[in-house]
Write a protein that binds this ligand. Sequence first.
Ligand code: NAP
Length: 300
Amino acid sequence: MRGSTVAEPVFRRLTLLGIGLIGSSVARIARQRGDIATEIVVNARTRTTLDRVVELGFADRVELDPAAAVEGADCVMLCAPVGAFAGLAEKIAPHLKPGAVLTDVGSTKQSVIRDVGPLVPEGVHFVPAHPIAGTEHSGPDAGFVELFQGRWTLLTPPPGTDDTAVEKVAELWRRCGSQIARMSPQHHDRVLAIVSHLPHLIAFTICGTADDLADETRQEVVNFAASGFRDFTRIAASDPVMWRDIFLNNREALLEMLARFTEDAQAMARAVRWGDAAYIEDKVERGRKIRRSLIERKQA
Ligand code: NAP
């Protein structure tokens, strides 16, 4: 498909700092379409990952030094865990080209603006973004071209951000198959706390609880895992560093949602204790409604 599209590429040189599930999906799509960037430069923390990227063949150049990777780039996309962004931004800031767009894919947005914003040099446009798409797999082999198809990418540019830069980032994500929404970083972090961060916290916790059970019960959990528990284990298989960083960087919103959830779980416990069948049925029915509306909106 490369070269078969007529549209101008959105960027000339696109540099991806971090090349796991998300970065390598973007690289694969850019490679396949040919109208996202003319040149793809990839940086990772380790040589092993870069060697694998060379084997996979979706980069024009790989660089172990992030500063060298961003030289001359029109767009730099931070695709590492959010806890690594400040260190990366410090290393690359003096090497960013004037007029370049700096963006990211981090799952938290207030922390990214807090950590990266002050390091962005004059004349570089900072457009924070978050594609709401993922799997429990990580690393450069995990990416695939359909990942963002029909999913949302949320943009949280600070007030006064250059409109052309925002539009270019939006266009990059549209060409990746995404729908675009714009919101404040505060709102983003609250929404993601409930739709993603809290469910992961619950999944990690429930797997921990099962693992703490007495030996023979634990074995039965593995042998007879019903779909409910199995679904939690899929979510809990996600990368520990990425999730550590997300929890620590969306602390306030996550704790607020966890407090609300705990209250609701207590109310459910009370209904179970006192045999309040109507309460239990109502909660299950609300769950079913949410599932149905996800299916209708093709987000299931
Ligand atoms: P991943 O598959 O675990 O890959 C992470 C990449 O970042 C690897 O290339 C790794 O290099 C590099 N890296 C790790 N630590 C680093 C450090 N300290 N400094 C520089 N580079 C480092 O991650 P991912 O799932 O693609 O997630 C990347 C970002 O996307 C995260 O910010 C995450 O919050 C966000 N996100 C993830 C999902 C999801 O479901 N996975 C969805 C939306 C957004 P090495 O391989 O050399 O270690």
